[in-house]
Design a protein around this ligand. Structure first.
Ligand code: AHR
Length: 326
């Protein structure tokens, strides 16, 4: 599987020849990994990239070909084609959205390059187009958040008004988390979604769309909860709400968020975020386990889910947050 990477030997003209520094021993046989990261829209994403970079180093025998798609699927498709040309041993794909992957994954399969989906999922006709998926179960995460809302508002028989800030539309993270909330709203006659705003998992965009929506209402709406599909959208929404006189927390608007980044947990410990649903981006070691298994000729499972917990204010301490890796 491994390909020999020729180490380039620099030619030294006699005239320019100075004493050479001692040569460092370098592995000459690397496993080449093409990584198509979808972008850098959030704290989660930055940590996810870092985890991959820290895991797959030349010291540990890997050569990384990394492409940042800047939130564009066409860039991801072009990157995969480039990795095929470069004869990568494996391709890691963090897919922006669920659809539109069949052809390019078919090309990778025809070239004999296993594709491992990282973090998000795709919807393809044939699941042999990817070797494995290492990531989160977003529907499960959303269901945990919805169950928390049900418990929190169980004694409220009047209206429960929810503002929904969605992540990148068409991504498996958005689809799973949104579906869980929508199903819960359907189960409760007194719950309503006042609006569903596209925050794209980005803080600045969420601030903008939330501020615009609030300012366009004839009167400041009565809000019981804001369901934000990641920490960055929660930060943007909280800023827009607070600037308009809302209080976020137990005695005001209950903010739900996903990821549980260090900053998200600080907000949670301060009481501004009522519930944090963990979505762990540190997937590098798990992905490496899958690659090692494939190298040994093994057949990996189709899905490997990361551990995800729920956090409320009472579960947190500064020590815990300080030790957080992302
Ligand atoms: O796919 C995971 C989601 O993508 C994270 O919750 C979010 O922060 C990110 O941008």
């Amino acid at each position: 599987m491994k390909k020999l990477i020729a180490l380039s030997l620099s030619l030294c003209l006699l005239t320019a020849c100075a004493p050479r520094p001692p040569q460092q021993e370098q592995p000459t046989d690397f496993t080449v990994i093409g990584v198509s990261q979808l972008g850098s829209e959030s704290g989660f994403r930055v940590a996810n990239t870092e985890s991959i970079r820290l895991t797959f180093t030349e010291e540990t025998g890997y050569r990384l070909l990394f492409e940042d798609a800047q939130q564009k699927q066409e860039n991801q498709i072009a990157a995969i084609r480039k990795f095929i040309q470069q004869q990568a041993d494996y391709i890691l794909l963090m897919p922006l959205c669920v659809s539109g992957w069949d052809s390019v994954l078919q090309e990778a399969k025809a070239a004999g390059i296993p594709v491992i989906l990282v973090d998000r999922m795709v919807q393809v006709e044939d699941d042999t187009l990817y070797a494995a998926h290492v990531g989160s179960n977003f529907q499960w995460e959303g269901e945990r958040a919805a169950a928390w809302l049900e418990e929190t508002f169980q004694d409220v028989h009047g209206p429960v008004n929810i503002l929904h800030i969605q992540g990148t539309l068409g991504s498996s993270a958005q689809l799973g988390r949104s579906a869980a909330l929508e199903e819960a709203v359907d189960r409760h006659e007194n719950w309503s979604l006042l609006a569903q705003l596209d925050g794209d998992f980005i803080q600045a965009k969420t601030y903008e769309v939330t501020a615009q929506w609030l300012d366009s209402q004839p009167e400041p709406p009565l809000l019981h909860a804001v369901y934000c599909e990641n920490d960055n959208t929660a930060f943007g929404a909280i800023q827009a709400l607070e600037e308009r006189g809302y209080t976020c927390g137990q005695d005001g608007v209950q903010v739900i968020s996903f990821d549980a980044t260090r900053q998200g947990l600080v907000y949670c410990m301060e009481g501004k975020i009522s519930l944090e649903v963990e979505c762990d981006p540190m997937m590098g070691p798990l992905v490496e386990d899958v690659i090692s298994l494939l190298e040994e000729g093994g057949v990996p499972d189709k899905h490997y889910y990361t551990r995800e917990r729920l956090f409320q204010r009472q579960d947190l301490s500064q020590d815990f947050i300080d030790q957080r890796t992302y």
